[in-house]
Design a protein around this ligand. Structure first.
Ligand SMILES: [Zn+2]
Ligand SMILES: [Zn+2]
Length: 306
């Protein structure tokens, strides 16, 4: 009788060139933000949004720098994580999230370092306003970011709060066991339940050409087959749009079923592409796709309001 194969561990000699990517890849907060900062700096050159991209480069550099010496992160208990897994829920429940000392210090440090960076006038005024908001005000801003409900009249303030939350949740996600993550829903991060910021086609060894959605909050990547809406899961009515004459490395994947689009970055063609930075820098593509009637279905705290 032939030996039975474990489907979760395909024999590489049998699958040959066919990729068998793992379902999820956790973020590494030690490299995530510094690489993003460098990418934003490069993108800022000769760009219409140059000053804003330079500000984001400095802000993401702050996200990197504030991590040293932050209090240890506290994950939900192993029991709670296991229970979440059993019910197909993410282990980091954004709805149940309560602020702790580590987040408090992350916010405080981020605001402090942000005060020292060069920024557009609106961003400077927003940081001044933040300095006068009490703890409960900051708490409600935290909730706004975690529910993707950032009020239009306070977008600039929320950029700083979101930046601190990205650091905190990337640190949390990095402590999870990626092999224990399970799909929770279309368009939802298996670690924190958040929406994607964009999706990337990776060039990783062993997963070349596979597509991953990237969480806007914690930075976890989860595998999602190509030509399938990352939000509603439809495989019908999928289209691709790009800026004419561009390098062809960033497209909008539009879905007629839900009427939304999410950008897809061809990182295997250009490894420098960053799911957050290149999303902001291709705002022109958003404007183009919206003319066709599709709505932006992804979330990027640095691009809200455009
Ligand atoms: Zn997440
Ligand atoms: Zn859809």
């Amino acid at each position: 009788m032939p030996k039975q194969q474990d489907p979760s561990r395909p024999d590489p000699t049998v699958i040959g060139e066919v990729s068998a990517p793992s379902f999820a890849r956790l973020p590494d907060p030690r490299t995530l933000f510094i690489r993003r900062s460098e990418r934003l700096d490069v993108l800022a050159d000769d760009h219409q949004l140059g000053p804003y991209l330079r500000f984001l480069s400095a802000l993401t550099d702050a996200q990197h720098r504030i991590q040293d010496g932050l209090p240890e992160i506290e994950l939900p208990t192993a029991e709670a994580r296991e229970r979440a897994r059993t019910f197909g829920m993410p282990p980091l429940d954004r709805g149940q999230f309560t602020s702790d000392a580590a987040l408090g210090m992350t916010l405080g440090r981020l605001f402090e370092v942000a005060a020292t960076i060069e920024k557009p006038k609106a961003a400077a005024a927003a940081l001044d306003r933040l300095a006068n908001i009490d703890a409960s005000g900051v708490d409600s801003m935290v909730r706004n970011v975690l529910t993707d409900a950032i009020p239009m009249n306070a977008l600039a303030e929320h950029v700083y709060v979101a930046a601190a939350l990205q650091v905190h949740f990337a640190r949390l996600a990095a402590c999870l066991d990626s092999s224990k993550l399970v799909p929770v829903a279309d368009g939802a991060c298996p670690a924190c339940g958040g929406p994607p910021v964009s999706s990337i086609i990776v060039g990783w060894h062993g997963a070349h050409g596979a597509r991953f959605c990237v969480c806007a909050l914690c930075g976890t990547l989860w595998n999602h087959v190509r030509v399938k809406c990352t939000l509603c899961g439809s495989t019908k009515g999928i289209g691709y749009q790009e800026i004419e004459g561009g390098p062809g490395t960033v497209k909008a994947e539009t879905c007629d079923a839900c009427g939304c689009y999410v950008k897809i970055l061809y990182q295997h063609k250009d490894p420098a592409l960053d799911p957050v930075a290149d999303d902001v820098a291709t705002l022109g593509l958003d404007l183009l796709v919206r003319e066709g009637g599709h709505r932006r279905g992804s979330f990027n705290p640095f691009l809200v309001g455009y």
